[in-house]
Design a protein around this ligand. Structure first.
Ligand code: TXA
Ligand code: MG
Length: 318
């Protein structure tokens, strides 16, 4: 494994059909040329990702959207103009030349323009877009640093382009369309209220509505290897697990209890943006401690807190 900041090297490897881990403003991605079937297959193999779970296509700019999507609703255009480059993924009717492997056989493709200087410089030096899921084995915690990625994969398998810590720290928000009407598929780094300010109310899929349209919706996801419990009442949960070695991830407060062996706070300043940016790095850190259970506290359910709670809940034993 090589971790480097050599964008040209990464571009050369991608052009040759290799898979490269790349930084984005949300999380690191495992990237490959969308027009190279072998590269796309390698992404699924490395991640051990089921083939029914489609990938996100990353473009260098909005002006490339017609290369991958057709019949783009006006509200999709309005969202792209408002939020790209940025952490919003749009699910649109695909161009026929987009492979079924990328879209898992659907007639739609997920697409976004990342807002990260290294990712954009890389995309600008390529003449093809990049398909990239988060750079973690299927179901585990997403990576927000180059070393999170290198800890997950076999050194021989992967070149990691280092772009530092991901500023936003949780995945993009995903919006699809039913006809012209926008639907929220996955809560993420772009606030729902900001999206609604552009296109009006979003319909939200609930678990019962669908077979997983977006497997970010699969209920168990983003999971540490330590049994993890989502709680609104830390003091009570501490009592329930007081015979275990407890790791604790709270929103802003520190707690005193003899069973706590390690704890951290998402944001001592109660800032939800900061909480999002630290979420996965702290889950990685806690998961590496000698603990038997991990308690994670619900954060205020507003703004990006909605996405944070969604990730925490999916990380937890259900
Ligand atoms: O922030 C992000 O979105 C990161 C960075 C790397 O861009 N990527 C990411 O990819 O989170 P991944 O593969 O971990 O999640 C992609 C989500 C999955 O839940 C997938 O099911 C959904 O996008 N998706 C992809 N294509 C879709 C489609 N055609 N219809 C519905 N959902 C789709
Ligand atoms: Mg993922």
């Amino acid at each position: 494994m090589t971790i480097t900041s050599d964008i040209q090297k990464a571009a050369n490897l991608l052009t040759k059909g290799a898979v490269v881990a790349i930084p984005t403003e949300t999380v690191y991605g495992l990237a490959g040329n969308i027009f190279n079937e072998k590269a796309i297959r390698t992404i699924f193999d490395l991640k051990k990702r089921p083939l029914y779970n489609p990938l996100i296509v990353h473009l260098k700019s909005y002006s490339d959207l017609e290369q991958v999507a057709v019949a783009i609703p006006d509200k999709a255009r309005a969202l792209a103009e408002a939020f790209w480059p940025g952490p919003l993924t749009l699910v649109l009717k695909k161009q026929p030349n987009i492979s079924d492997l990328i879209t898992a056989g659907k007639d739609t493709v997920a697409v976004r323009v990342p807002n990260h200087p290294v990712a954009l410089a890389l995309l600008n030096s390529l003449d093809f877009p990049l398909a990239a899921p988060s750079a973690n084995p299927f179901g585990s915690i997403s990576p927000t640093t180059a070393s999170h990625v290198s800890n997950y994969f076999d050194p021989a398998d992967l070149f990691v382009l280092d772009g530092g810590d991901c500023a936003r720290g949780i995945e993009s928000t995903i919006v699809g369309f039913e006809g012209d009407e926008p639907i929220l598929y996955r809560a993420g780094a772009t606030n729902i209220s900001a999206i609604e300010a552009v296109v009006g109310p979003l319909k939200v899929f609930t678990k019962d509505d669908i077979a997983p349209v977006a497997p970010g919706m699969l209920s168990k996801h983003y999971a540490p290897s330590t049994p993890t419990f989502f709680t609104t009442n830390i003091s009570e949960s501490l009592e329930n697990y007081s015979n275990k070695r407890i790791g604790l991830l709270s929103f802003c407060q520190t707690y005193n209890h003899p069973a706590i062996v390690f704890q951290n706070q998402l944001s001592r300043d109660q800032n939800l943006e900061e909480a999002a940016s630290r979420l996965y790095a702290l889950l990685h850190e806690l998961d590496a401690q000698d603990i038997e259970v991990l308690l994670v506290e619900k954060v205020p359910h507003e703004g990006i807190g909605i996405a944070i709670n969604d990730k925490l809940q999916r990380a937890s034993v259900q």
